[in-house]
Structure formats: structure tokens, C-alpha cells
Design a protein around this ligand. Structure first.
Ligand SMILES: NC(=[NH2+])NCCC[C@H](N)C(=O)O
Length: 398
């Protein structure tokens, strides 16, 4: 029998951290590429292309970087150089060791985008700052957070100020990501979005969803990420993605991508949750969204949980999108994340989950998000993320 041609993998980097709680996730893509993501997927027989979707103070730009047989990785900030011959200078970061890197080739500009103002510095790696202050939210916003339920999420008038932090920047990057993801999916590739904080998944879901197509989603995360603007205790966009995707938020996927369509809540499954806000619990119950908490993993085992997750997300859908937030793992395994929560998946459970996703044959796109190199001594979390991706793409122990 002729072997089925595997679709090419379109890696889309989104160096963006303004949807999260603390800085650093914007360096995630570099750390993942530096850990060899592209080369390691190529070694599994996949054709790999790399694109960057980036919003800087002066410009948005995307860069097409087709991978040839030469390895292409970018240099991550403050990480020791391990293989000088195989690195390039990142286009927007200071060179930490010029003698040991190559100058990036001139990259063709593929998308001309409008200028947006962002506070995200495109220049030096900032020192670690304290978590963003949430006290700037008005008392009524705080009161809303405490009392609202899922239904009220839709009652917001469009004239009210939007409390989502950095909404302009979140929208700008997600629009760019959606374009790239849609283009890759339309061309028959497997879009692999690498963040960035989890808000970038609004871009991938917007680019993947469209009316008439049924997309299943498996959300591997310590959090529910299903706060609406009203229920969010922080105003951070990375905690609102599933609310946006299912139409509970004021912000809609269609504002990110004109073909974006609401996702069916019954085809969304959260796995590994252990830190749900009160408003999120109400939304989950009210909307019938399946959420396998860590207690479910304890009780049923990861095999049974993933079997059920794949069945629910794959039932009658055209494919499953896997959104892997590294904080689904226990912080002892994956310390380099912005919002760690104890009691997560073990290394083996996470790997087994990836094996089962590969075996399902149903996964058609993926996000890898929330790797924060500023909190990741030795690049442990980035390495783990890449090895989990390898497993999802079919790497086996034997
Ligand atoms: N993808 C994440 N790390 N999400 C964290 C969300 C934390 C909290 N529930 C919030 O809405 O702000």
C-alpha cells in the first residue's frame, strides 16, 4: 500500500506576551525553535516551514522562512549557545554572543500590515517585572467579576470601555496569526502556532473556524481560559480565549478573522484544569463544556480521560485542534510558565496524552503556548514542549 503523504507543518511563531500575567512569554517561540522544534519535526519526515507573526512598536510584519535542508533556529535570549553553527541572529533581539552566530539572511516581507502602537519593547530583553497590577480595574469591574455569570457576558453594551488589557495589541497579533493559520490550513498544511501567551490561540481559532466546518478543540491547561470580560478577575486576555471562541464574550472571533465562526461548546474539551475562577465554573456548567480536572485524571487515569476527550472533540468534526499550554504539566516538570499551578500532569501522563492524540489520527492543528524563557532555567520547559510536540507528531520510543 502506498504510504499516505503527511501534510507539511507550518510553524507560525507569535512572540507575544501582552495577553498574559507577566512578561517573558514573547520569547517562547525563540526558545522552542532554539530547542530544535523545526529540525526535530523534519527528522520525523515532515516538511516544515516557519513564519513569524509579530507586532512591534512600529510595525506588524510576517516573515516567510522556508526551511531547506539546513537547520534554521533563532537565538533565544539569555540562553547559552549550544550549537553555534545552527543558529541565526534573531531579527529583533540584541545579539548576546555575536562571534558565535550567523547573520539572519534577508527575509522577504510577506504581509504589509498597519502600524499599531504597543508597549511591548521590540528591543532588549527586559528584566523580570512584578506581575501586572490588577488594581487598576474599577470597583464595578471587580464587582462584576465577583457576581456575573455566563449569561451576562453578552449583555455588555459596545459603548462601554473594554476592560481587556492590551486589547489593541491582542487584536493586532491575533488578526495576523489568523491570516497565517488560515493560509496554512487552506494550503493543506498542519498549522503549528508557537506562542506567546495563550491569548494567541484566539488567532489560531479564528483562522481555523469557519461556518460549515466543525472544529473540535482539546484544551490542555491548568486553567479554564473561559472568562468573559465580566468574569475575568485579571483582565488578561489569555484567560478569555474559550469565551471568545464560543461567543460568550463581547469580543468575537469574527472581529479577528472575517471567516471566523463560533465554535460548538460541545466539541470543546478542557483537560488538566485545577485553577478555575468562580465565573468560569458557572460558565462551564451552564454551557455544558466538558472539563476533565486533575481530579478526573486521578480518578479515571489519563488514558480514559484522553479517550473521552478525543471522542467528544472528534465526534462529527473535521479535525481536532490541540491547544497545549505548558502549565498543564506540574510545575516540577515545566517550571517556565507564567501562571504555574501545583498538582499538574506528570511527565509520563503528558507524553501518553500526546501518544494518544497522534494515534487518534484526528489532530489537524496545534498551539504550543505559555513557555516563558525568563522563568525557565536551562530551557527545561522549552525542551519538554518540543519533545511533547515530537510525540504528537509520531515519535515513538521504539
Ligand atoms: N492560559 C493561562 N495561563 N491562563 C491563566 C488564566 C488565569 C486566570 N483564570 C485569568 O483569567 O486571568
Amino acid at each position: 500500500m502506498k504510504k499516505k503523504q503527511l501534510p507539511p507543518v507550518a510553524i507560525i511563531s507569535a512572540p507575544f506576551g501582552m495577553g498574559g500575567a507577566i512578561p517573558g512569554a514573547e520569547y517562547g517561540p525563540q526558545a522552542l525553535l532554539r530547542a530544535g522544534l523545526a529540525e526535530r519535526l523534519q527528522a520525523l519526515g515532515r516538511t516544515v516551514t516557519c513564519t513569524t507573526a509579530e507586532v512591534t512598536r512600529q510595525q506588524e510584519r510576517t516573515q516567510q522562512l522556508p526551511l531547506t535542508n539546513q537547520a534554521h533556529t533563532e537565538q533565544a535570549p539569555r540562553l547559552p549557545q549550544t550549537n553555534p553553527a545552527h543558529t541565526e541572529q534573531a531579527p529583533h533581539l540584541p545579539q548576546t554572543n555575536p562571534a558565535h552566530t550567523e547573520q539572519a539572511p534577508h527575509l522577504p516581507q510577506t504581509t504589509q500590515a498597519q502600524t499599531v502602537q504597543t508597549q511591548q519593547s521590540p528591543q532588549p530583553v527586559p528584566s523580570i517585572q512584578a506581575p501586572k497590577d490588577t488594581s487598576s480595574r474599577t470597583p464595578s469591574e471587580q464587582a462584576d467579576s465577583n457576581t456575573s455569570n455566563g449569561d451576562r457576558a453578552n449583555t455588555r453594551s459596545s459603548t462601554e470601555p473594554n476592560p481587556v488589557k492590551n486589547i489593541e495589541e491582542v487584536l493586532a497579533i491575533c488578526r495576523l496569526i489568523a491570516q497565517n493559520v488560515k493560509q496554512a490550513a487552506d494550503a493543506g498544511a498542519f498549522p503549528l502556532l508557537i506562542g506567546g501567551d495563550h491569548s494567541v490561540a484566539m488567532g489560531s481559532l479564528a483562522g481555523l473556524s469557519r461556518s460549515g466546518k466543525r472544529l473540535g478543540v482539546i484544551w490542555l491547561d491548568a486553567h479554564g481560559d473561559i472568562n468573559s470580560e465580566q468574569t475575568s478577575p485579571t483582565g488578561n486576555a489569555h484567560g478569555m480565549v474559550l469565551s471568545v471562541a464560543t461567543g460568550l464574550s463581547w469580543l468575537k472571533l469574527q472581529e479577528i478573522c472575517d471567516t471566523g465562526a463560533l465554535l460548538d461548546p460541545h466539541r470543546i474539551v478542557i483537560v488538566g484544569a485545577r485553577d478555575l475562577d468562580d465565573g468560569e465554573k458557572r460558565i462551564l456548567a451552564h454551557r455544558g463544556i466538558r472539563c476533565f480536572t486533575m481530579s478526573d485524571v486521578d480518578r479515571l487515569g489519563i488514558r480514559s480521560v484522553m479517550k473521552r476527550a478525543v471522542a467528544a472533540a472528534g465526534n462529527g468534526t473535521d479535525g481536532i485542534h490541540v491547544s497545549l499550554d505548558l502549565d498543564v504539566l506540574d510545575p516540577q516538570e515545566a517550571p517556565g510558565v507564567g501562571t504555574p499551578v501545583p498538582g499538574g500532569l506528570t511527565y509520563r501522563e503528558a507524553r501518553y496524552a500526546m501518544e494518544m492524540l497522534y494515534e487518534s489520527g484526528a489532530v489537524t492543528s496545534m498551539d504550543i503556548v505559555e513557555v516563558n524563557p525568563m522563568l525557565d532555567p536551562g530551557g527545561r520547559t522549552a525542551e519538554l514542549a518540543v519533545s511533547l510536540a515530537e510525540t504528537l507528531f509520531g515519535k515513538r520510543l521504539i
